[in-house]
Design a binder for this molecule. Sequence first.
Ligand code: FEO
Ligand code: CA
Ligand code: CA
Length: 633
Amino acid sequence: MSTKKETIKDNSQLHDEIEDIPSNTSGNTPFASVLETNMSRRNIMKGSLGVAAASFLAPAAHAGWGWEWGRRELVDFRPVAIDDVVDTSMPTISDDYEYQILIPWGTPIEPGATQAYTGDPDTRPTSAQAALQTGLGHDGMWFFPVSSRFGHHDSAFYRRNNEGMLCVNHEYGNNSHALGKDAPENLEDVRLSQNIHGVSVVKIKRSLRGDWRVISSNHSRRITVNTPVAFSGPAADSELLQNPNGNIPLGTVNNCGSGATPWGTYLTCEENFNGYFGATGEFFSTAEQERYGFSNNGFGYGWHHFDKRFDLSDPDYVNEQNRFGWIVEIDPFDGTQKPVKRTALGRFKHEAIAIAESHNGRIAAYMGDDQRFDYCYKYVSNKSWRQAISDRESPLDNGSLYVAKFNDDGTGEWLELTIDNPVLASRFNSQAEVLIYARIASDLLGATPMDRPEWTTIGKDGEVFWTCTNNSNRTESAAANPEAPNNDGHIIRTRDADDHLGTTFVWDIYILASSTRGAENVFTDPDAAWADPYGRLFIGTDGGQPDGLQDQLVVFDTTKEVPEPKRLLVGVSSDEITGFTITPDQRTAFVNIQHPGNGSPRDTNFPAPYDGSTIPRDCTLVITRKNGGIIGS
Ligand code: FEO
Ligand code: CA
Ligand code: CA
């Protein structure tokens, strides 16, 4: 049994529980038809993939660095056995691999920062110190090698794989972890809580001895919920994003998963933003607020008691809530850039984003909305990304947003969220409103309610993998969500028509996590995902793993007919394994240990050795294969 289930409730668990509370009352009924055999869908997928593979040489486009001489199997390492996991105060990694710890909570990163927080249980950083250090809740991230802008291939091969900017999300830290108390008592406490949230952009470099470390850079910075940001796209000028008191747009929060653009920028995804709002006065939620989960007390952070922006009952800040729930673009190579909220991508509980480039340079972005019975989305740019940039537009500002309808015969449709649709025009006044209330627009179009869609990633042949982490509220089996209840989660695979640009797709269930129950390679609650160009699929889990395991990183060879997870890493007590990024040569991976011990020093003091008192700190693991091989091999 996982210790995750044994620990006391705090607001990190409230995150999980509130993610679990469905707010979708649209009545879009899950498909009642009996699940067809997986095989028929696999055949549809195979046919589609075959056609696609002939016209779309995805692997060649990526091949660049890593021809694997003499490999036997794509995924060929010695997996961690269940019995190998004996000390859950520290991670357990495959015998073929090793790890190093990087940027734990409290690492100074901004120029001028000197002091580190090292887990002293009697102190916490001041809010001013926290604003210059890495935060808590390490989640989605991306490694941007030096000279990676616009796909430019630096001739210095060594440098690209040994130096770059690492963008890391700090999704959350509960009050007891961040503050050492259950609730903030003053504005300084709130500012500390706020400053351990957000994003770190940090320059890292590997020394000749092989260890990675933070190095000084003018590009390095902390972005918090108080950093000035800009809005762009169709909803940017909407009055629904303006407040009566005229305060400028500030900040990003609950930065969960991530993605990167072909033009070399970082995308951070705002997920459970509703949990930071509450009401000090009278608050009766509107239908729109209900659908986005706003409530009197949020997740218990208590910011609204000392910071009016987060007070739902303050009329001066009536639209502050609409400024969150977006995907935010960050330039990793410009420490002065104002992060940009891209409204064309819609407002919902954004988990992560994966971008595919079509043959003509237009992009498709695949995104999940992580709540029970919420939806899968796709954005398609109007122009090729290169053309848009040369026209001084963002490829993420002008395009179409779609929501997925999964038919029970293994086909699906992308339904466009456009004000030109009379169904949406009868509910909304503008495209801006459609985007700000994308969840409601999707309800009206009849999108398919899913089992908490988390990360997306693009496979080697252009197929898209979607992790559906679990949904114990599901009472009726549905084609794309066949288990009721779905306690273990599943991974669904889609393949778009017309090389990512079409409005139809085919799909199959890649794996039901429950199918691994009782096996040595058991895993449940798939969440983080990243696929490499050769066919490996890396999955990080978030949920009580069976058989004494903690959350884990498993690797699949997706070129095989039967999916078989291999366990590369097991985390520490009550943590979550999330975020996955890699150097261009695929020889160094970065993976996050999130909320070790749920912030309590009782079971783990990671990354410190066990002492029962040092506060555990979220951190990044740098993972390498002992023989220098490709990660996952
Ligand atoms: Fe932040 Fe849905 O995970
Ligand atoms: Ca997640
Ligand atoms: Ca999760």
